[in-house]
Each structure stands twice: as structure tokens, then as C-alpha cells.
Design a protein. Structure first.
Length: 486
């Protein structure tokens, strides 16, 4: 695409009439710049892209987009906000790929990963070629790509969507984090369906208050647009049992469809029955009831399934094929995942890393636990400190044998994090074992037949971040090693 044509998308008050080279790519990492690239200077928390503009030009950049004047031998274009401009240019350069996809976005504190995987499976089982973007990975048709953020920045996002279109993908599902919404990473994404799971405390290190956290998530529903199109209708799928849905319903002009358990909703689950092997319930859709028996466990799983069913219905799929797909789901990696190495006690690995998600998982375990319940839990460093005592308190209230340990301490002292956690449980009966491997081995060594061990917080993660080093660490593998070593 020619530089002048690309820049027209920014609607500059002063038109550009200078050199007009062919732009071969858009980059914000100087190491990825090639001949003909447009380099965008992004000012981050620790690194300022303006400091690498000269290097980008040496690598072949044909032009630079910046927020301040730079002395370079290529055209430099100034904008007030390069992050916002990058979203616009990425959408234009990759030819607005989301307009050619049925795009479903999911936001909420808990359940985004499971819900996105359930929806993707339903669509795939229905014969659609799908794409998925989220915490665990990005999937483009049959290709799996590792990801760093739950929601990538706009440049990576639009490039991924273009690759999906080129691969013949017709429907894409993505997790949409509050950070991504607040930072504008999803600007340019043409969502057809926006799904809300729930809102509980998390990320207050970034948002500062729950009101601000809630507001950030409302942007997904506001960004569904303000027009009605019979050929391409927009839907907001909201959890009727969560009070935040009232705000999100007011934030959108799209059709609102609700799901729930406790409150009246368009799609509702009743007569829920849980066992150690799965969950059964009646799905009430208008005046018709459909019995569902699934392998997923817990009330929180019912919510995720309801959200997924609702999103699939408004996407045009039939209820019978949706139910068939849901009943065939065995689970999602790191989400209430059983570790079975022939032991006579139960070991579960779950991503629960917020007070609400930890409580949900432990209460589910209480439905089938015969004897002791061990929980191994920590809190991440450089993240919301206010939830640390809450996590410890819930662990001590709902488990018989809580073990406080390290999660990903990052740059913080692991002992200091554990002391923060202990503020919520002074005088309680618990163990503190800073080394996570030792904590897992300890629980496994102490477990007796019929006991349950929950290893919470990291789920599918295959690493542990201590300081600036990333160590290989998978709760599932460590638990299996501990069991086999007994």
C-alpha cells in the first residue's frame, strides 16, 4: 500500500504531498523492520519506541510515525497518540479483516478462556473454519501460535485477523481483557457478538477502583456500534445474575440477550445436579426445556456453558447441534483439570487466581469431597495486592488444609507476598511453603484416600516467573511427578 493512501486513513487536517513509497509492513519493533516498513514509535511503560526510530531507519524503514519531532532522513509524521493511530493504520493496511469475519468477543473477570474455547468448539463442530485469540494461544484455522497477552496489541491483532481471512476462517472468537479495552488495542475490531461472563475483583493495580474496572469492560458493548443492520445484526450477551449487566445493557445499542441461573433470563439453567464426573441441568429456552448432561463440573461451568450456548444461538446455530457439541466437551486445559496417575485421592489443577474464582472452585469441590480438601495457592507479584489477604482467607475458610505458596512472584520478594496473604488469615491453621514444587510435593505426601488436592492459580501455564527469569514449571507435571514418587 502506498504511504499517502495509508496516511489518508488518519484524516490529517494537513494533507501529505511528499514522497510516496510503497509500504511493505507496519512495525512497532525496530528489530522487525524491513525495507519499506512504516515504523510506529510507541511509548510504553519501560521502553520508548522513539529511542529506536534511528535504528528502524537503518533497518530500512521508509517512514516513521511519532508523537514528537525526530531528526531522521525519512518522512516523520506527528500524531497526538501513536497507539490510537496504530490501530487505525493496522486496520487499513490489513484491509479491515474483521468485516469479513463473524467476530465474537468475550470479556469478564473469570471464565473468558473456557467460554471462548466452548464457543470455538461449537462453531467448529458445526462445520465452520474458526480462529481463536486468548490467554493460552492464538489459533488460525489449524495453526497454533503462542501469545504473550490475553488480547494482543492492535497491530498483531489485525495481522492475525488478516491471516485468518486468508486461511478461509469464517468465524473468530477472542478474549477481550479490560487492559486491551482501556488501551484501545481492539479499536477497529468489528464485533458481531459481545459476551459478558462476570465481574469480580481483579486488576486493581491497573484500574485502581472497581468502578473504573467495570467502566473499561463496558467499552466492548459500546463499541458494538449504534446502528441496526438486518443482514449483520449485533448482539450483547449478558449474565443476568451479575449486577454489572445493568450498566452494560445501557452501554449498548445492540440487541441484548441474557442468560442466567438465579434471575429470570432469556436462556436459563434450572435443576442443576453435580457429581464428581459432571453436571446435569435443564436448559430453558422460551417455553421449551432441553436436558443437558455434560462432563464439565461446577456452577461456574454452567455459567460458561450458558454464555457459550447463547452466543452460538445468536450466531445462527441450531440448539440441537449446540447441545451435542457441549455434551462432548471433556474440558479445557488448566480449568478444573484432573491429574490422574493412579492415585486414590483427587488432584485438580485450576487457573483460579481471583478471590471469586477460587471460592467458586472450592465450593464446587465441597459438593463431592469425602474427606480433607488441600488447596495450594499463591498470588502473583507486581499485581493487585489488595486481593492477597482475600485469597488466603477464602483458602482457609473453604479448605481443611490450606498451603500458601508462591505463584509468579516476578520482581517482588516471595516472602513479602506471602506476608500480605497472611494478613487475611492471622491465627488460622495453614502452612506456608514458599517453594511451589515443595508445596505440591507436601500436599501429595500428606493426602489420604478420598482427599482432594486443588492446585490453584497457574492452570495451563508451563512456567514460573521469579525475578526476571522464566523457569519451566507446570503444576500438572509436578503433581504427576509427586504422585508417581510416593
Amino acid at each position: 500500500m502506498k504511504l499517502q493512501r495509508l496516511l489518508e486513513n488518519l484524516h490529517s487536517i494537513v494533507p501529505y504531498h511528499g514522497e510516496n513509497p510503497e509500504i511493505t509492513s507496519i512495525e512497532n519493533d525496530n528489530r522487525k523492520v524491513q525495507k519499506g516498513s512504516l515504523f510506529i514509535c510507541i511509548k510504553g511503560y519501560t521502553v520508548d519506541g522513539h529511542d529506536f526510530a534511528e535504528s528502524a531507519v537503518k533497518n530500512g524503514a521508509a517512514a516513521v510515525l511519532a508523537e514528537r519531532p525526530l531528526e531522521l532522513n525519512v518522512p516523520v509524521f506527528l500524531v497526538n497518540d501513536t497507539m490510537r493511530a496504530m490501530a487505525v493504520l493496522a486496520d487499513a493496511f490489513y484491509e479491515q479483516p474483521t468485516k469479513r469475519l463473524h467476530l465474537i468477543g468475550i470479556t469478564g473477570t473469570n471464565g473468558k478462556t473456557t467460554t471462548s474455547h466452548l464457543i470455538e468448539k461449537i462453531l467448529s463442530d458445526a462445520g465452520k473454519k474458526t480462529g481463536l485469540i486468548g490467554t493460552m494461544y492464538t489459533k488460525i484455522a489449524d495453526q497454533i501460535i503462542e501469545t504473550k497477552n490475553t488480547t494482543p496489541e492492535s497491530l498483531t491483532l489485525q495481522k492475525n485477523f488478516k491471516q485468518m481471512v486468508d486461511a478461509g476462517v469464517s468465524a473468530a472468537v477472542m478474549e477481550v481483557s479490560s487492559h486491551a479495552l482501556d488501551l484501545g488495542r481492539v479499536h477497529g475490531c468489528d464485533y458481531d457478538v459481545a459476551v459478558f461472563t462476570n465481574l469480580t475483583q481483579d486488576h486493581l493495580d491497573y484500574h485502581q477502583t472497581m468502578d473504573e474496572y467495570k467502566r473499561a469492560k463496558s467499552l466492548l458493548f459500546a463499541q458494538l456500534g449504534n446502528t441496526f443492520d438486518l443482514n449483520k445484526p449485533k448482539y450483547a450477551v449478558l449474565n443476568a445474575d451479575d449486577a454489572a449487566s445493568n450498566m452494560y445493557s445501557r452501554s449498548t445499542a445492540a440487541h441484548v440477550v441474557t442468560y442466567g441461573i438465579d434471575q429470570n433470563a432469556d436462556i436459563q439453567a434450572k435443576n442443576i445436579k453435580m457429581t464428581p464426573k459432571g453436571t446435569a441441568f435443564d436448559l430453558c429456552l422460551k417455553d421449551v426445556t432441553y436436558p443437558i448432561s455434560m462432563q464439565l463440573i461446577g456452577k461456574f461451568s454452567v455459567y460458561n456453558v450458558l454464555a457459550s450456548i447463547t452466543a452460538a444461538l445468536v450466531s445462527g446455530l441450531g440448539i440441537d447441534e449446540i447441545i451435542q457439541s457441549i455434551e462432548s466437551v471433556e474440558g479445557v486445559a488448566g480449568r478444573f483439570e484432573l491429574v490422574n496417575a493412579g492415585q486414590d485421592f483427587t488432584v485438580i489443577v485450576d487457573y483460579a487466581h481471583t478471590p471469586d474464582s477460587l471460592e467458586n472452585v472450592l465450593r464446587t469441590i465441597q459438593h463431592f469431597a469425602e474427606k480433607k480438601v488441600f488447596v495450594i495457592v499463591g498470588c502473583g507479584g507486581d499485581r493487585d495486592r489488595t486481593k492477597r489477604p482475600l485469597m488466603a482467607r477464602i483458602a482457609c475458610q473453604l479448605a481443611t488444609d490450606p498451603i500458601l505458596t508462591s505463584d509468579n512472584p516476578r520482581s517482588e520478594d516471595p516472602i513479602a507476598i506471602l506476608k500480605d496473604m497472611e494478613q487475611g488469615v492471622q491465627g488460622e491453621n495453614y502452612q506456608v511453603i514458599p517453594d511451589r514444587r515443595t508445596a505440591i510435593y507436601t500436599a501429595v505426601s500428606q493426602a489420604a484416600p478420598g482427599d482432594v488436592i486443588l492446585i490453584a492459580g497457574k492452570g495451563h501455564e508451563t512456567y514460573q516467573i521469579i525475578g526476571k527469569e522464566v523457569h519451566d514449571f507446570d503444576d500438572r507435571l509436578v503433581a504427576r511427578e509427586a504422585i508417581e514418587g510416593r
